[in-house]
Design a protein around this ligand. Structure first.
Ligand code: DGL
Length: 269
């Protein structure tokens, strides 16, 4: 048992969808969330920069005594999970958003075709096909970078005409034809799940890993005997660059009203 907080980070506020799933499953746990809005989007950054940013945030979360680091961003999970694991050197467990999804897909879609949509960084890394095929070579995986979606959602553009046009034109692409399931490989995309569901009209499975990630975090904490015992939890949400837009958009991503505080993480670095 351990009452220290769970440390969660993303490039921005998309990872709040993962924080929400963790909070729902583990309501007694305290959370420190860092959205690196000063460097948003990660999707178009080099792997070296993403690793550097991820290490900087991890340093902060460890200084704050976090008992686990959750990389709530697919792009950072693709490029920085291994380096962060090495960096923390077994001090605390590290969770990412890709492994739980790959594991579930590999079990549920034997001999099927699965589509993946995500940022350029995630898709170009090839990590989803690699991880899924390693677990089940009989699954066909096809990927499409959808770089407009995260900024569009972050600006509050969903469930309207513009978002529908953008989403439908991506989902209509040849590479996604004939799929049996689609993985929402970006932590922003649960916000447009309804529109994606409407496009496919129930003909395929739309797969969002937030709940599986929460389950994985629970298992990791349980294994290390780090689950909380206290009743009261404290939730802290930080962004590395504060604007009203982030504050306004945050409530789409987290079910209760939350307040974002600015964290001066990159000053003097
Ligand atoms: N939330 C990030 C992810 O899951 C995408 C946003 C970005 O490009 O920074 O990949």
């Amino acid at each position: 048992m351990n009452n220290s907080p769970i440390g969660i980070f993303d490039s921005g506020i998309g990872g709040l969808t993962v924080a929400a799933a963790i909070h729902k499953l583990l309501p007694n746990e305290s959370i420190i969330y860092v959205g690196d809005t000063a460097h948003l989007p990660y999707g178009d950054k080099s792997p070296e920069l993403i690793e550097q940013y991820s290490k900087g945030i991890t340093d902060y979360l460890l200084e704050r005594g976090c008992k686990i680091i959750v990389i709530a961003c697919n792009t950072a999970s693709a490029h920085a999970y291994k380096p962060i694991k090495q960096y923390v050197n077994g001090k605390v467990p590290v969770a990412n958003v890709i492994d739980p999804a790959a594991k579930a897909i590999s079990k549920a879609f034997n001999n099927k075709k699965v589509g993946v949509i995500g940022t350029r960084g995630t898709i170009n890394s090839g990590i989803y096909p690699r991880k899924i095929k390693k677990l089940n070579a009989d699954i066909e995986v096809t990927s499409l970078a959808t770089p407009l979606l995260a900024p569009m959602i972050e600006e509050g553009f969903f469930n309207n005409k513009i978002s529908k046009t953008v989403i439908n034109s991506y989902l209509d692409k040849k590479s996604l034809k004939g799929i049996d399931a689609i993985i929402l490989a970006c932590t922003h995309y649960p916000l447009i799940r309804k529109e994606i569901d409407e496009f496919y009209k129930g003909s395929i499975v739309v797969f969002d890993s937030a709940e599986m990630v929460a389950q994985d975090v629970k298992e990791k904490l349980d294994t290390a005997n780090l689950l909380n015992t206290q009743i009261e939890s404290k939730l802290e949400f930080y962004v590395t660059d504060y604007t009203d837009t982030f504050e306004k958009s945050a409530h789409y991503f987290f079910p209760t009203k939350i307040h974002l505080d600015r964290l001066a993480l990159w000053e003097n670095k």
